[in-house]
Ligand binder design. Structure first.
Ligand SMILES: [Fe+2]
Length: 306
């Protein structure tokens, strides 16, 4: 299974799309009505969908998988009585699958048959680009992070990679985490992390953002769990976004770490200790994108259940 994309609704979607394309480094993947699509250099048709709307909302976080896996997911979702409905994607790449709602209204979309696209190769004489490859994780805030993580683990088949005092990290393939639930006290988008080619690309990204007047809200640094490099920003459209790279790959028999395994020395919250974290600004930004609660679940059809 792969994390593919996030779908957001917001006022000023066009302006937000221009920021992601012109400053952050994504490539424009087109517009369909009120929907703007941004892609990376990898083979996914898009990473972020921005839909013009009166209010901010997370519409879904989308994963792709094989049809057999989707059929198993649909059976498990139905057996556990989760709110769900079959969906056919009319986004670039298409695909069909299910929308599943987690305990706090978090909406995950699982698609099979979503088409990939040709990667964007670097220009031979301009290889020092700032362009995300794909999303590497989407972290969600939760009132009860353990409850949401339990559903994702026990029903959707993800595995817990680590627990810290702040988060539960979950993987759906060999990457240490594709999502995590933060123990925030409210349900919302925590942040969207974009995978960069390497450490150099993260640092070029920081420089490129600096050229446009943006300083990181946290970073650069290297996390404990997952050991990925990070630089967090608050985007002009309100969401927290991250340049990231080199997330750890874990073995199938990986033992999930506990909060006791992740104690930092005094005044240190990452491996490098280079930067301060603007906790107040990040927290305020994390409250900006909540979940819609206005979609109607429907019985999963025979075909959706496989
Ligand atoms: Fe992150």
């Amino acid at each position: 299974m792969r994390l593919r994309s996030i779908e957001l609704a917001l006022p000023g979607a066009g302006e937000a799309a221009r920021f992601l394309a012109d400053v952050w480094g994504c490539a424009d993947a087109g517009q369909r009505g009120a929907r703007h699509y941004l892609r990376g250099s990898g083979d996914l048709p898009y990473l972020v969908r921005l839909t013009e709307s009166r209010e901010n909302a997370v519409e879904s976080v989308t994963f792709t998988c094989a049809r057999a896996r989707l059929a198993g997911l649909a059976r498990a979702v139905a057996a556990h009585g989760l709110k769900a409905r079959p969906v056919t994607s009319d986004d670039p790449g298409g695909g069909e699958g299910i929308l599943v709602e987690l305990p706090e209204g978090e909406v995950l979309r699982f698609l099979a048959g979503s088409a990939s696209v040709a990667p964007i190769a670097p220009h031979p004489r301009a290889s020092r680009r700032v362009m995300p490859v794909k999303l590497t994780h989407v972290v969600l805030n939760a009132i009860d992070a353990e409850a949401s993580a339990r559903v994702v683990e026990e029903v959707l088949g993800f595995a817990v990679s680590d627990r810290t005092r702040a988060m539960v990290f979950l993987r759906c393939n060999r990457a240490h985490h594709s999502t995590a639930f933060a123990r925030a006290g409210f349900a919302s988008l925590n942040h969207i992390a974009f995978e960069m080619d390497d450490l150099d690309a993260v640092m070029r990204g920081i420089g490129h953002m600096r050229d446009h007047g943006f300083a990181p809200a946290w970073g650069p640094g290297r996390h404990g769990p997952g050991a990925n490099v990070y630089a967090y920003y608050i985007a002009p459209f309100g969401a927290v976004i991250e340049y990231s790279t080199a997330v750890e790959r874990v073995a199938a028999d990986h033992r999930a770490g506990t909060p006791e395994d992740w104690n930092w020395p005094d005044k240190r919250i990452d491996q490098w200790g280079l930067s301060d974290k603007d906790t107040t600004a990040l927290r305020a930004a994390e409250e900006k994108f909540r979940f819609h609660r206005n979609w109607a679940p429907a019985p999963l059809s025979r075909s959706a259940r496989g």
